[in-house]
Ligand binder design. Structure first.
Ligand code: 4AD
Ligand code: MG
Length: 450
């Protein structure tokens, strides 16, 4: 039985087996106390090991970090701090740990724990983070499945560059001296995907409402707390949906995910609220219940130009909004999440739908306090002639992307979608400030350990 199940039973159990890792041991005359954690929940369980029970002769090996298996009874605890404890009838020290075990009782900094990413899941903070990550992934599938969206597995190896930013990792079997691309494994240059969007669009143009949820890779050299080289993205795509429907879905999803986390990760959130981000709970409750703001890019630029704050990058119409601008809008000006829509066409990729003004695209970014952009999406260009013009302007090969333009040639439909950065969502619901601390094994420029 897991410790979570044992504590939830809330009544004595005669015959119970608990396995886990020792957090602390305290020896008294005639018995020892062990505090054990198995990662099923934040709480440890206390166990009393009387001298003389089978296995008790090896109790001195049950040091911090060692693994143990206990058989015994779950009994009401006479002591303070817990309502139930284990009275062991048998103990086995499965694996010892010597005094070089790096996780000691005192708290460690996230920076130190990053260097021992193979052991950090055993710390309280990372146990909470990765249980929440698991639940969040489940809630995402639940949200889309309840709405009848079809889950599509888009490829990880691809020949296309969705975002057109050229920030791709090459996948090759050629060695450094070979240059003949035709001799490469796939007979042409291939890359790790930056987004499953182009491929998932083909499924939206057949199965109507679809989503993909998988790893994506970006070789951008930005060493920030919000960028990783490998991260997970959720990308829904809807046929017969315009930008407004797209923004509606994005906002509904964020609120659904926060509500689900509040309901199902209460113990973990409590730790984040106490030790990671004191304002977390208040923010989650307000975001889950309040309507989000929506403004056009042009309105956002006006607000930023009128702001008293001095920005590192001065604002003018036509530029990409920087994180400092996004954070000003959501943290200072609106004090709530805000969706910015209709960005200048010139700063957006080829697939976005051109608005009637000819200057802007039907694009949207959802910005949240503490992070900035958490979602980027758009209505897609469904008119073949306009798409072809966009491709020419972006120097995109008609031949390589003919499968993509075919969707407009045969039964085209208006359609829209977006991408939610899974780790950024996790940062938002946990308050953890660095993306490296919400991914099991982070990959960032210059760092791919473990
Ligand atoms: O805004 P992006 O680049 O949009 C797309 O890739 C579209 N193809 C999505 C779509 O319309 N289907 O990325 C989407 C989101 C961002 O808003 C951000 O949350 C996250 O992905 N993201 C990153 N997260 C971590 N590390 C990075 N390097 C990220 N780059 C983007
Ligand atoms: Mg974006």
């Amino acid at each position: 039985m897991t410790i979570k199940e044992a504590l939830a039973s809330n009544k004595p159990i005669d015959d119970i087996t608990i396995c886990g890792w020792v957090r602390t041991r305290r020896d008294s005359k005639g018995f020892s106390f062990l505090s054990i954690n198995d990662g099923s929940c934040l709480a440890n369980i206390q166990a009393i090991i009387d001298d003389g029970i089978p296995g008790s002769e090896s109790i001195s090996m049950a040091t911090t970090g060692s693994s143990v298996k206990l058989k015994g009874q779950l009994v009401e605890s006479p002591g303070k701090g817990q309502s139930f404890e284990i009275k062991a009838l048998e103990i086995e020290v499965t694996g010892s740990a010597d005094d070089t075990y790096p996780l000691q009782k005192k708290g460690h900094s996230p920076e130190f724990l990053r260097e021992i990413a193979h052991l950090r899941p055993r710390s309280n903070l990372f146990g909470c983070v990765f249980r929440t990550r698991s639940r969040l992934a489940y809630a995402i599938h639940q949200f889309f499945q309840e709405k009848g969206f079809v889950y599509v597995h888009t490829p990880i190896i691809t020949a296309s560059d969705c975002e057109g930013a050229g920030e791709m990792f090459r996948v090759t079997t050629l060695d450094g001296n070979e240059t003949d691309k035709e001799n490469d494994f796939f007979g042409k240059p291939t890359y790790l995907t930056v987004s499953g969007q182009l491929e998932v669009e083909t499924f939206a143009c057949a199965l109507s409402n679809v989503y993909t949820f998988g790893p994506t890779f970006r070789a951008e050299n930005s060493n920030t707390t919000r960028h990783a080289s490998e991260f997970w993205m959720i990308e829904p795509e809807m046929a017969y949906c315009n930008l407004e429907g797209d923004m509606d879905l994005a906002e509904e999803m964020i609120q659904y995910l926060i509500t689900d986390t509040l309901e199902n990760c209460a113990e973990d959130l409590d730790l984040f609220g106490k030790f990671v981000d004191k304002g977390l709970m208040e923010r989650l409750h307000s975001v889950s219940s309040q309507a989000f703001q929506r403004i056009s890019y042009t309105e956002a630029v006006k607000i930023l130009e009128g702001a008293e704050m001095k920005f590192e990058y001065p604002v003018e119409w036509g530029m990409n909004l920087q994180t400092e601008h996004e954070r000003f809008l959501t943290e200072e000006h609106f004090k709530s999440p805000v969706t910015v829509h209709d960005y200048p066409k010139s700063i957006k990729p080829f697939y976005m739908r051109v608005n009637d003004d000819g200057k802007t695209s039907a694009a949207m970014d959802l910005l949240v306090p503490g992070i900035g952009e958490i979602i980027g999406g758009s209505q897609r260009e469904e008119r073949l002639d306009v798409l072809i013009k966009n491709m020419e302007n972006h120097n995109i090969s008609r031949e390589d992307y003919s499968w993509y333009s075919d969707l407009r040639k045969y039964g085209t439909v208006p359609h829209s979608g977006f991408g939610l950065g899974f780790e950024r969502m996790l940062m938002f619901v946990t308050g953890v400030a660095n993306i490296r601390d919400v991914i099991p094994f982070p990959r960032t420029p210059g760092s791919a350990d473990f």
